[in-house]
Ligand binder design. Structure first.
Ligand code: DAH
Length: 341
């Protein structure tokens, strides 16, 4: 048995030198030191030994086990150290590599135009107002001198919330004139941009939701000349000093007199082209002197005060400004479109 134990130690030591992976090490441990391992197999034969031999062989067996265990622990520590070094090598981080840039977005082109328009009006002493998109018919129509039965109040044109046609999605930003007149005292100079809603089918020039900008100035002695001067100056600042304006008579229930303002086509300079549909002029807004009935209804004395007001379509301004051909592009928010601005 002594011989068997010595041979076992020798064989184990030889095998240990070739172990490299955790799996091999575990397989080795089971083979030599496990319950069904080779050392246990030898020890099971100790029953056949004499009383004198037994302690001697026992001692030898223990020292063989200790030797193998110690060497196994060394090999294990060594392979673990090598594995760790290999990992540190492969997972090395180069802190000098440049970082990834996260893409930065920018303002929507239409809101850029709105910001420019706001800046121009703020420079002229106007105040920016925000107001409700859900309105009362009273504010959207009645107080603006749009009487019952007027075609603009039709169910086919307006999104109503209630059967009695009292609550609706505002069809224009003009009710902001009423809100301003009811809550402020003249002199009043306000600009009120926002969303408006009409029952229109979507096409290249229509959308059931679009944006308007309402403007209004009320003071003593305000005339049509102030309206013309202010609006001409605004479009010059927006489109350039050589911008030419034209005012045509028109009708709106809440202004008297009323007009529409055109600007001379910036593309063909009035000769007629596809941009202005051959007209030479592009219509940009409706305006007029605030109707005395409207002033009076809001508690402002029309014998003391007068004022002008206008409403323009924001999408149209953006289309013209950036030479965009289709209104739908403004709302689709396709990044490939937006990236061009
Ligand atoms: N609210 C009108 C529209 O939607 C536009 C308008 C015309 C606004 C004349 C005004 C104005 O303030 O004075 O067609």
């Amino acid at each position: 048995m002594r011989e068997k134990l010595e041979l076992l130690r020798k064989a184990a030591f030889e095998e240990l030198g070739g172990l490299t992976t955790p799996e091999e090490i575990e397989a080795f441990r089971v083979k030599y030191l496990g319950k069904k391992g080779e050392l246990t197999a030898i020890l099971k034969q100790m029953g056949g030994l004499s009383a004198e031999e037994r302690p001697v062989i026992g001692q030898l067996a223990n020292s063989v086990r200790e030797d193998i265990e110690k060497k196994l622990a060394d090999v294990k520590a060594e392979t673990e150290k090598r594995a760790l070094e290999a990992r540190l090598q492969s997972e090395k981080i180069d802190v000098t590599v440049p970082g990834k840039r996260s893409p930065l977005g920018h303002r929507h082109p239409m809101y850029e135009v709105l910001d420019e328009i706001k800046d121009i009006f703020i420079g002229m002493g106007f105040q920016i107002l925000d107001g409700p998109e859900i309105e009362l018919a009273d504010y959207n129509f009645t107080k603006l001198n749009v009487e019952e039965g007027h075609p603009a109040r039709e169910w086919t044109d307006t999104f109503y919330f209630t059967e009695d046609s009292e609550v609706l999605l505002r069809t224009q930003t003009s009710p902001m004139q009423i809100h301003a007149m009811e809550t402020m005292t003249p002199p009043i100079r306000i600009l009120a941009p926002g969303r408006v809603y009409r029952k229109d089918e979507v096409d290249a020039t229509h959308s059931p939701m679009f944006h308007q900008i309402e403007g209004m100035a009320i003071d003593k002695g305000i005339t049509m000349a102030d309206l013309k001067g202010t609006l001409s100056e605004v479009v010059k600042q927006l489109y350039g000093d050589d911008t030419v304006t034209r005012f045509r008579p028109h009708h709106f229930p809440f202004t008297e007199p009323s007009c529409e303002m055109d600007i001379r086509c910036h593309k063909c300079r009035g000769a007629g082209c596809p941009t202005c549909k051959g007209e030479g002029w592009i219509e940009v807004l409706g305006a007029g002197m605030i109707h005395p009935k409207v002033l009076e209804g809001c508690g402002i004395d029309p014998d003391v005060y007068s004022g002008w007001a206008f409403g323009m379509g924001l999408e149209r301004m953006a289309l013209g400004r950036f030479k965009i051909s289709d209104l739908r592009l403004i709302f689709e928010n396709d990044v490939r479109f937006l990236e061009q601005f």
